[in-house]
Ligand binder design. Structure first.
Ligand code: CTP
Length: 130
């Protein structure tokens, strides 16, 4: 059984999120997703998510390609989460390319290309303008 782990906020769910989760799942048998807590998102992006963490967890957990979700409390704990879930592969979007190479002794590290043009930030901006 090959376990894949990935992380993100997944706020205002969009097709870029779906694409990376589907592609991550195709790399193994079981996909575990760490969803950034509201507090971590405040630190990382300096804003509270539109959808709070329990709603984001419910949405991601309901996807056919996702087997398990948990709350990611800190960016510094990736190695612990990888061990805890016994993950063989860490998948990140290529906006993070190179940033997690130090975890390579622990598991395979794969950066997948982001879906062009779409992001939670751009969706929020579009809604504001309309
Ligand atoms: N992602 C992707 N393609 C996109 C947007 C996001 O592959 N167009 C991936 C990211 O690389 C990450 C995961 O989806 O691995 C979760 O990203 P997240 O930061 O939650 O979404 P963004 O839309 O990038 O959010 P924001 O605009 O707030 O930074």
């Amino acid at each position: 059984m090959k376990t894949i782990i990935t992380f993100g906020t997944f706020d205002v769910f969009h097709v870029g999120h779906l694409n990376i989760l589907r592609r991550a799942k195709m790399l193994g048998d079981r996909l575990v997703v760490g969803i950034s807590s509201d507090a971590l998102n405040m630190k990382k992006k300096a804003r509270l998510p539109v959808y709070l963490q329990n709603e984001r967890m419910e949405i991601i957990e309901a996807l056919r390609c996702v087997d398990e979700v948990f709350v990611e409390e800190s960016l510094e704990l990736k190695a612990d989460y990888i061990r805890q879930f016994n993950a063989q592969t860490l998948v990140m979007g290529d906006d993070w390319r190179g940033k997690f190479d130090h975890l390579a002794p622990l598991c395979e590290v794969v950066y997948l290309t982001r879906t062009p043009t779409i992001s939670t930030t751009s969706i929020i901006e579009t809604i504001k303008i309309r």
